[in-house]
Ligand binder design. Structure first.
Ligand code: ZN
Length: 92
């Protein structure tokens, strides 16, 4: 087979290319990836802030503005959850 990095012809059973020294197969243990996303307390903080704002929202807005505000807050909370969940899924 050929080394996928330097294209040198190497033995079929070779684990490491003799020329460039790189592994011919993917490492079994993937290197730890840096956690993405945001920690759960941050996500919960954003959601709590959004919930608190939603409680006070009817005091300062009504009608379309009120619904728009709720939609925005829901999007904010969902975004925070999504960021947290995304970081969780990437952490293996
Ligand atoms: Zn090579």
């Amino acid at each position: 087979m050929r080394c996928r990095f330097c294209d040198t012809e190497i033995a079929d059973k070779a684990l490491i290319c003799y020329r460039c020294g790189r592994a011919t197969t993917d490492p079994r243990v993937a290197p730890p990836s840096r956690p993405r996303g945001i920690p759960l307390p941050a996500a919960l903080g954003v959601i709590a802030a959004a919930a608190g704002a939603a409680v006070g929202l009817p005091e300062v807005a009504d009608g379309t503005v009120l619904y728009a505000g709720w939609a925005g807050l829901a999007t904010l909370a969902a975004g925070a959850l999504g960021l947290w969940w995304g970081g969780r899924a990437g952490r293996r």
